[in-house]
Design a protein around this ligand. Structure first.
Ligand SMILES: [Zn+2]
Length: 61
């Protein structure tokens, strides 16, 4: 698992991501926090960083 220190260096990841972009076995999914809008209450969604998508594990492997 990543530590808080590591997260600050992982600029490619958002808090809602389960893996780094491009990781095998993962894919983009609609952010459930903001329903893919990228915004929460008029501000950038903190989970997906405003992209509306997060990285999730797929395939159930
Ligand atoms: Zn979001």
């Amino acid at each position: 698992m990543v530590t808080n220190d590591d997260q600050e260096r992982n600029e490619g990841m958002e808090p809602g991501d389960e893996a780094e972009p491009g990781t095998p076995g993962t894919g983009e999914d609609i952010c459930r926090a903001c329903d893919g809008t990228g915004q929460l209450e008029g501000k950038e969604c903190p989970d997906c960083g405003g992209s509306g998508y997060v990285i999730r594990g797929i395939g159930g492997a």
